[in-house]
Design a protein around this ligand. Structure first.
Ligand SMILES: *Cc1c(COP(=O)(O)O)cnc(C)c1O
Length: 229
């Protein structure tokens, strides 16, 4: 968790304004509307004081990568700010699917049949609006990384929709850290297009402007807003 003695307010507000301006300018260069791109402020490892600074600056869409950490920080904040939209951007264990469905509004990391089946079961008896779902694609086919490999993506999306009866809204990827991200963003956009999916979550602090040029509808930015973790 972040240092309670650090005062985030001014920095976080200024950082958010700068990131929003760069998104708007990248969108404009790509002939896209600025509001076609949603900024997901990634608050993982940062405490409630940092999150409050972002909320005070008008930010309402946030990303967390661990269910348990989000459960410690977000239930009270979501009661206070009912218009917050919370994205799960980290791997989801099957035994945490029910907890995730109770707290998150978007789950970006659906990537295997067992998880899809579990989510379908959980959603059937969920007493709140169902989280929207993105399928995570492991575009770099990295063995240590979550996500369905590109060759299996079409079949997995079809299975989610068909067998599991889940609505899929879009795709998410995390390109390999040591590679040029553009081919990965292009590949994700291509898989989305051929599956009739309009939402693309791609781009982080180092490459979100490139992602916007390749059609990102959601960029997940942590460090550039909240500082180093
Ligand atoms: C941490 C994280 C981010 C944000 O990364 P930054 O480089 O700090 O912007 C984005 N996406 C995922 C999946 C993450 O885990």
């Amino acid at each position: 968790m972040s240092d309670p003695n650090v005062h985030y307010g001014a920095d976080v507000g200024a950082n958010l304004a700068a990131v929003r301006a760069r998104i708007a300018s990248a969108a404009k260069s790509a002939g896209r509307a600025a509001d076609a791109v949603t900024l997901v402020a990634v608050s993982k490892t940062h405490g409630v004081d940092a999150i409050r600074a972002a909320l005070a600056a008008g930010q309402r869409v946030f990303g967390e990568n661990r269910v348990q950490e989000a459960e410690e920080k977000w239930p009270a904040l979501k009661r206070e700010y009912p218009d917050v939209v919370l994205h799960l951007i980290g791997p989801l264990q099957t035994n945490k699917a029910a907890d995730a469905a109770l707290l998150f509004d978007v789950i970006e990391t659906v990537d295997r049949d067992r998880l899809a089946a579990r989510l379908a079961t959980v959603f059937a008896r969920l007493a709140r609006p169902r989280p929207r779902l993105f399928v995570q694609v492991n575009t770099g086919e990295e063995p240590q990384k979550a996500g369905v490999i590109p060759a299996d993506a079409d079949a997995f999306i079809t299975a989610c929709r068909g067998t599991q009866g889940l609505a899929v809204d879009g795709l998410m990827c995390i390109p390999p850290v040591d590679e040029e991200p553009s081919p990965h963003f292009a590949l994700l956009a291509k898989i989305a297009a051929r599956n009739g999916l309009s939402q693309l979550s791609m781009g982080m602090s180092a490459d979100y402007e490139i992602a916007v040029a390749f059609g990102a509808t959601h960029v997940r930015v942590g460090t550039a807003i909240f500082g180093a973790r």
